[in-house]
Ligand binder design. Structure first.
Ligand code: NAX
Length: 318
């Protein structure tokens, strides 16, 4: 039994952090484990970050250990067991995709170097900041002492969205569904697949699969348009689910996590790709590499792989 964990959250003065930190400190991620907290943001956010620390103190969480906050990753990444990367450069009006990719690649290069210098060799990383898959790849590239399987990116929000849509469409409880998979990039090319999914143990089809796929691919934009702001607590909730299942293991269903490919399903080696994953407990997992894919699925995997190869090219040109 783990007595305590040191967890760093980057982008800690941001919106998702504000919803995620309470989940972490109220025991909803790791259960009754003491959490030493490290909060990283940029110097400009220092005062706001102090306010977040005050609120954490004012919650008087029984599980809180010591708290450190600041803007230097080399100080805050030390001794961490887990780092949740929420911090990134936002897409500003008029900004090209290429510029966004490169700005974030620079951030993840710097943080990867910091990890390489001060990180524990068994630290686990979850990248949420967009473009999540490519940021994760860049991070791993600069923190070579850390095993590649320790790097993951978030596609659990997409998975949760897909479960919710299927449950509504079939009019079945969420608990009856298993093995809905998100393949590829956390972007509009992702492939949410029901090919291996079951409802009450039976495979099923959707009357309009094309519409389902597009709905999930564009769900982020749908929320953004309605709220005038991006997904926040659903994202924090997915971060909780990702870490909890990765840590505890999950026997009953396949899960979707972005991980570094070893060439499974013909995907380019080294890309950070969302795959069907079996979580085995204690942060161990395996990529399930023997599913039969239809031609339709194979073609969808190619499209999202192609986008990731392009992103990688742009990010590498920093
Ligand atoms: P916010 O803009 O509210 O917060 C981001 C925070 O990161 C800010 O406080 C900013 O100062 C900080 N930051 C910027 N550069 C930093 C650096 N170099 N080091 C440390 N901190 C830095 O965004 P929020 O709504 O919290 O979203 C966080 C990230 O999650 C965004 O990149 C967003 O695009 C991404 N998302 C990813 C999702 C996924 O499923 N993978 C879904 C939700 C979300 O859209």
């Amino acid at each position: 039994v783990q007595q305590s964990l040191t967890v760093c959250v980057t982008g800690a003065a941001g919106q998702i952090a504000y919803s995620f930190i309470p989940l972490l400190l109220s025991g909803q991620v790791f259960g009754q484990v003491k959490i030493h907290l490290r909060l990283l943001d940029i110097p400009k956010m220092e005062t706001a970050l102090k306010g977040v620390v005050m609120e954490i103190e004012d919650c008087a969480y029984p599980l809180i250990g010591d708290i450190q906050s600041g803007s230097n990753p080399k100080e805050l990444f030390k001794n961490c067991d887990l780092i949740v990367f929420l911090g990134g450069f936002p897409r500003l009006p008029g900004m090209e995709r290429k510029d966004l990719l490169q700005k974030n690649a620079n951030i993840f290069k710097e943080q990867g170097e910091a990890l390489q210098e001060v990180g524990k060799e068994d630290v686990k990383c979850l990248v949420v900041a967009n473009p999540a898959n490519t940021n994760c790849l860049i991070l791993s590239r600069y923190a070579t002492k850390i095993p590649r399987q320790n790097f993951t990116c978030l596609t659990r929000l997409d998975q949760n969205r897909a479960y919710a849509q299927v449950a509504q469409t079939l009019n079945k409880p969420l608990s009856s569904l298993k093995n809905i998979i998100i393949w590829g990039n956390h972007s509009t090319t992702q492939y949410p697949s029901i090919e291996h999914a079951t409802a009450d143990g039976q495979s099923f089809v959707l009357s309009d699969q094309g519409q389902f796929i597009e709905r999930i691919q564009k769900r982020g934009a749908e929320v953004l348009n309605a709220r005038g702001n991006s997904s926040v607590f659903s994202a924090a909730n997915a971060v909780k689910d990702h870490i909890k299942d990765w840590f505890n293991g999950r026997e009953d269903t396949l899960l979707s996590l972005g991980v570094l490919s070893n060439g499974e399903y013909g995907i380019q080696n080294g890309l950070c790709f969302s795959y069907p994953i079996r979580c085995l407990g204690a942060f161990k997992y395996e990529i399930v590499s023997n599913l039969e894919l239809s031609d339709f699925s194979k073609q969808k995997l190619k499209v999202t792989e192609e986008e990731l190869i392009q992103e990688k090219g742009l990010a590498e040109s920093i």
